[in-house]
Design a protein around this ligand. Sequence first.
Ligand code: F6P
Length: 360
Amino acid sequence: MLRLGVLTGGGDCPGLNAVIRAVAKTAFAAGYELIGFKDGYAGLVEGRSVLLDAPAISGLLHRGGTILGTNNRDNPFHYPVRLGEEVVYRDLSDQAVENLEKMQIQALIAIGGDGSLAVARDLKNKGARVVGVPKTIDNDLAATDQTFGFDTAVRTATEALDKLHTTAESHHRVMVLELMGRYAGWIALHSGIAGGADVILLPEIPWNIEAVLRKIMARKAEGKPFSIVVVAEGARSPEGELVVQRRVEDSAEKIRLGGIGHLVGRLIEEKSGIETRVTVLGHIQRGGSPSSFDRVLATRFGVAAAELAIQGVYGVMVCLQGNRIAHVPLEEATAKPRTVPPDHELIHTARAIGISFGDR
Ligand code: F6P
């Protein structure tokens, strides 16, 4: 039996279903069937799967989320096992690899961000045949120029900024918008430029409130008594602290960022006397239909991953290099995060049109 497997791991993002669809269509054309594991690596460890046949993958291209389910906690190498009231953690990675063999799956296509791809790498080191596909709204994987999901998140954030603009202008207020992205400021940087932000605060550029106020007050002096401030959730406080919303103890990545927007808004209102409101866009950035760019990228990644799996090229992640689809070893894919270089051309562009990063 010619058979591939697929799973979606980590936080969801628009375009996951488009990858599943592309993997499936490529597999079918080569005479393979496709098994989908439910809820990320949990389904692989527990042997919970579903046959993804032609009817199952119909109507998926524009659908947000993932039909397979996902989670950003369960790791086969540190897997939660319930013993009565107690939860203990066991290494069930052998079971995960055995399940692939038992089900006669030639290769597993793991669609995930840094955490899920690190698990894919470790399973590969135990003998599993794996091909990775990079996904995340954060766009923070160094080995690919872009992940799918990012473009849609930027569009959603830009639409939010367009809406905040009109109400900011009417009320002569400062509007602060906190955006996701973890430790990388890509969503904030792109949507801040696209949405006409006056100030963008990023994790990569330390800021101070005096510089932020200088920009806001200069606008007021020019007859623009409203301002738009975009804050990435990973931007640090003026004291250099990350603002943490919660800790998820059973997740490999325990910290969930959030709250810096309110801190920034409070400081601006206190020190400028201008009425300030704060919006935290949150998971809206991860939801909904993928943009056409993300549908195309997801389809390209899905086709490339399935073709590699069928050709027997394992232990790699597909990626975008310029406008070319390529692949890199999973070790390279997970080696380092991609954050915004402070001398990036987009930072220069933004500064040239008067956007402040709160540092000068
Ligand atoms: O990695 C994607 C992401 O949406 C980040 O931007 C955000 O910090 C995190 O996931 C939120 O995680 P959760 O869904 O667990 O709240």
